[in-house]
Structure formats: C-alpha cells, structure tokens
Design a protein around this ligand. Structure first.
Ligand SMILES: Nc1ncnc2c1ncn2[C@@H]1O[C@H](COP(=O)(O)OP(=O)(O)O)[C@@H](O)[C@H]1O
Ligand SMILES: [Mg+2]
Length: 571
C-alpha cells in the first residue's frame, strides 16, 4: 500500500491529463452502459416497427465513432501521463544515484544499476499505466454497467454480484505470487545485465584467454534461470483469466437460470432480461481487465521495491546545514591522525602529514599500501573513520561538497573519457572555458599536437571508452582537463604511468609548471618522478614509515632506500 501511494504520488503532477482521461473514460463507460441499457428495448421495438432498421445502422456507426474518439483521447492522455510520471521516476533514480558516495558503487555492479534504471523502471511503468486505466476506464465502465444491472433488476444484480467475492480470493493469491515471482525475474534480468556489462567491457580479456565458450555457457545458464521464473509467471498469469472466466460463468449461469424462470412466469419482460444479460456480458470485459491490471500492478510493485530501494538509499556523505562555503582555498592540507577502513580492516592507521600551500608531497611505497586511499579522503570520496582531513585548517566534512570539489583537480590511472568531443572532455575541468582556454590547457599537457592531427581536431568524438586514443594520449587529455580546472590542490595518482619515457618527460615539465602554485600530492611508482618533491612520504601497510626529502631518506636507509636501489640497480 505504501509503494502504491508513492506511485500514485508520481502521477499527481499530471492530474490535468488524468482528468481529461477520466472524463473521456466517463463517456466510454456511460456509452457502454447506455448500450447495454438500450439494446433490449430497441430490439423489441425494432421488431414491432421495422422502420427502425433504417436508422439503426447509422446510429450504431455514430455511437461507436464517438466511443472510439473518446477512447483515443482517453488512451493518449492516460498513457502520456504514465510515461511522464515514469520519466520523473527515472530522472529521480539517476539523480539520487549520482548523489551516492563511492562506497555504494563499490557494493553495486554497474550492470545491475543500469538494469534498475531501465528494466525495473519500465516494469513500474506497466503498473502505473494499469493503475490509471484500471481505476478510470475499466473501473468506471464496470460501475456504470453495474448501475444498469441494478436499475434493471436489483435482485438479479445482487445475485450476479455474489460471485465477486469468490473471485477476490484467488485473484489476490495469484497477484501475490506474481509479485514475488516478478521480483525474482527482475533479479535475473539484473544478473544478465551485469554479465553483459562485464562481457562487453572485458571483451579483450575474454578473447585473449579464449574464454568465449565458457562465457557463452555461463550466459545460457543465466538466461535459462530467467526463463525458469518467467515460465512460473506466465503460468500464473495464464491461469488467472480462465479461472476468472469460470467463476463469472457460474454467476452468469445462475442469473440466466433465475432470469429465465422469471421471464417464463411473466415476472420480468424479455427486453429487461436481454438488457440485463447484455450488461453482464459487457461488464465482464472491464472486470477481467481490472483483474489483469491487478496482476500487472503486482508485478510492477515488485519492480518498484527495487527502484525505491535505490531512490531511498541515504547518502553517507552530504552537506550539513552548517557546512561552510569556501572560495578559493590557500591549499594547506593536513591529515590529522587519520585512520580509515573500507570494510573491517584498517587500511590507514594514524596517518599524520601536512602539506603547506604550494608544496609537493610525494607518496611512495609498495602497492596496496594505502596511497590511493589516502588521497581519496581529500575530496571526500570516503570519510575518515578517525581523525580528520583539513584544508586551510577546516575539516573537509564541514565544507560544502561543491566548494570542496572546486579546490581539487585529480588525475589518476583510470583515464576516464566520455563519449563526446575531445574539447568537451577537456572542458569537464571547467564547463565555461572558451576554446582558447581549452587549447592552452591541451598545449600545456602536450596534447595539442596529437589532437590537431585527429580527423576533426578538437571536435573529434572519442569513441566508447576512448578506444581511438592510446593510453598515453588519454592520460594527456586527462591532464589537460586538470590543468584547465586550475584548482589549488592537485592530486596525481600514477598520472604519468601510461606515458612512455619521452612523453613522460614532456608531461613532467608541464606538470612542474602546473604544480608551481599549488599543493600537489603525487603518487608514482617511478621514483625518478618524485626526486624533487618537497616531502616524500613512504607508506606501507597503511602506516607512514618514513618522511623526508630524497636526500634525507637515502641517507637514513630503510624502505625508501630499498625501493630506490631496486629501481636504479641497472643504471
Ligand atoms: N574500494 C575498496 N574496497 C575495499 N578495499 C579496498 C578498496 N580499494 C582499496 N582497498 C584496499 O585498501 C588497501 C590500500 O589500497 P590502495 O589505497 O589502492 O593502495 P595503493 O594505492 O597504495 O596501491 C589495499 O589492501 C586494497 O585492497
Ligand atoms: Mg594506488
């Protein structure tokens, strides 16, 4: 009921359309009623006065044309109202999704989330359309036809209604089953979506390891799981109509029996009897549709559960009313006894470092040590478990998120580019940037030369996942993006790892320029890139084991010297 109310709430803004639909369904319903009401008497008088047959065909055409017109208007407005409501749901789930923090996305797979936005929302739409048509069109028709039944012969009408309670119980039982199965079905679609997403994005690995057959077999298996539940659902849905037909036929049988008896004994005119039976037979259609709608609504409630689960997910990282605004920060960053865990185990333990305005701090150490984790605490991709990260002395948790993000430019190994022109990909750093600014940033990142050689220069669209660029080129586009952003704090997490030695040198020069007036955190495997850092922090197992300049650290020995010796053995 709760979910049902929420779905109805989404329809509320479109009440105008729904009102038009309600009025036209009123016409359709009344015409159905009128038809049932008149069919008996008209036939009776027609057989008395054959001239009626001259106008009757015209009347039928006019009546049905008008009914058809009303149905058209009704259908159009009901369905567009449903689509609009669902469009709102889809927008909301997307917007809510983007507000959630990384932790949420670690828990949910991409394909699964896509499946909810597409498949589950579609399934919901089915329900919304059925709720609206069900309540207004079929419900209204059913009510007017029942009105005719009562007007004609209330005793018989009551008899005919006796079967309704008999239909409610099985309908409800079947509906509940369908809701449950529908949830299973949506779950299987989600699994299929996850497989698809992983297969297509990992196609290279699948091919390289010759695992096509295995993946195909896996897909077949998952697809047949889907069929297993689909079959169940079809079974119950197909059962629903015949069962209802059987029960209503019992009602009709009883009515015909009693009605026929009454007509024979002159207690009821044959015209009344014909009208009554006609109304019953016509009423049967909307009632059947109502029951089918009920099943569709049950199905969509299952899907809605899954949609609302995401819409209702509470972000753990959000602005508080007392969060402060921040213009351009100076760029002093402090990690004050920071501890952090993703799940159970501490990944950072009592980390304490400061980076003053304009300083370059290098984080080095074995992989898995916690370097990436550390820098991801600055833009609050995650929040610390203990301690605090401060910018200019203010806890990042007290700064408005949008303002915080303005302070930080990030380049990491994952060179994510969007399906858009190169210029726009660079412009991600500053949406209002002019073409000249974009070009200047590209030049500074040593990306300009290869960009102008592309077919459409800066307007070249980067294909899916940027396949038309090499790893180094992609990285340079990402660096240009960060340059354009011109933020006081710069985070470079293996930002030059995909570059060859030569372009790395060029980009390093660009980065050196870029780093000049900003606080920079550099994470690099190649120690040659961090030799000149103001401060080198060595991190192992989530703890700072050494801090100092290159010379200091070499002299004091320990892990840094070990790493250094390993890398420079050959030279
Ligand atoms: N999203 C995540 N969820 C759970 N554990 C993670 C996640 N990211 C990293 N870790 C774990 O945190 C530790 C530190 O990882 P990371 O910060 O990426 O190290 P580094 O960047 O120094 O190589 C590793 O043990 C890694 O397995
Ligand atoms: Mg890392």
């Amino acid at each position: 009921m709760e979910i049902f109310k929420r779905i109805v709430n989404y329809c509320r803004p479109y009440w105008g359309r729904i009102l038009i639909a309600a009025i036209t369904s009123g016409f359709v319903g009344s015409l159905d009623g009128a038809f049932a009401y008149l069919v008996g008497p008209v036939m009776q008088s027609a057989f008395k006065d054959m001239r009626i047959f001259a106008v009757l065909p015209l009347g039928i055409v006019v009546l049905f044309s008008f009914r058809g017109f009303c149905r058209y208007v009704n259908d159009y407005f009901i369905r567009t109202a449903g689509q609009l409501a669902i469009q709102d749901v889809r927008n909301e789930i997307y917007r809510k999704n983007l507000r959630l923090e990384l932790r949420f996305f670690n828990r949910h797979q991409t394909g699964g989330l896509m499946s909810r936005v597409l498949n589950d929302v579609n399934m919901m739409q089915d329900g919304v359309a059925n709720i609206v048509t069900g309540i207004f069109r079929d419900g209204f028709s059913a009510v007017t036809l029942l009105g005719v039944l009562f007007y004609r012969n209330w005793q018989l009408a009551i008899v005919s209604l006796v079967v309704i309670p008999a239909t409610v119980y099985p309908a409800q039982k079947i509906g509940r089953r369908i809701k449950k199965i529908s949830q299973e079905i949506q779950g299987r679609i989600e699994v299929i979506a996850i497989i698809l997403q992983e297969t297509f994005s990992g196609i290279k690995v699948i091919k390289a390891f010759g695992l096509e057959e295995r993946e195909v077999a896996n897909f077949f298996k998952k697809n047949s799981d889907f069929y297993y539940y689909m079959r169940k659902s079809i079974k119950y849905e197909s059962l629903s109509t015949p069962l209802m037909e059987f029960i209503t036929s019992l009602g009709i049988a009883v009515v015909v029996w009693i009605g026929g008896y009454n007509v024979m004994h002159g207690k009821m005119t044959s015209a009344d009897f014909v009208s009554f039976v006609a109304a019953m037979v016509i009423a049967y259609n909307p009632i059947r549709k109502l029951i089918n709608s009920y099943n569709a609504v049950q199905r969509s409630l299952g899907a809605s559960d899954r949609v609302f689960e995401i819409i209702d997910a509470q972000p753990e990282i959000f602005d508080l009313p007392e969060s402060m605004t921040l213009g351009r920060a100076e760029g002093n960053v402090e990690f004050r006894d920071v501890s952090f865990k993703y799940i159970d185990d501490y990944v950072l333990k009592n980390v304490a470092i400061t980076a003053r305005k304009g300083e370059c701090v290098a984080l080095v150490g074995p992989s898995g040590g916690g370097k990436t984790t550390m820098v991801s605490l600055i833009p609050r991709f995650y929040d610390v478990a203990e301690g605090a990260v401060l910018i200019d002395g203010v806890d990042v948790r007290n700064i408005k998120l949008a303002d915080l993000m303005q302070q930080i430019a990030l380049v990491d190994q994952e060179t994510i580019l969007f399906h858009d022109s190169i210029a726009n990909n660079i412009r991600y750093g500053k949406p209002t940037a002019s073409d000249a600014e974009v070009e200047a940033a590209a030049r500074a990142a040593f990306a300009h030369d290869f960009i102008v050689q592309m077919p459409d220069g800066y307007a070249t669209n980067i294909g899916d996942r940027g396949v038309r660029l090499s790893g180094g080129q992609r990285q340079r586009v990402c660096i240009a993006r960060a340059i354009l952003k011109d933020a006081p704090i710069l985070i470079l997490d293996e930002a030059t790892s995909a570059l060859d030695t030569e372009s790395e040198k060029m980009v390093q020069n660009a980065l050196n320029n870029l780093m000049a007036n900003r606080t920079t955190f550099v994470i690099a495997h190649r120690l040659s890139t961090v030799l000149h850092a103001d401060k080198i922090v060595v991190i192992e197992h989530g703890e700072i084991v050494q801090t100092g300049t290159h010379e200091q650290l070499l002299q004091s020995g320990g892990l840094y010297k070990k790493l250094y010796d390993m890398q420079f053995q050959d030279t």
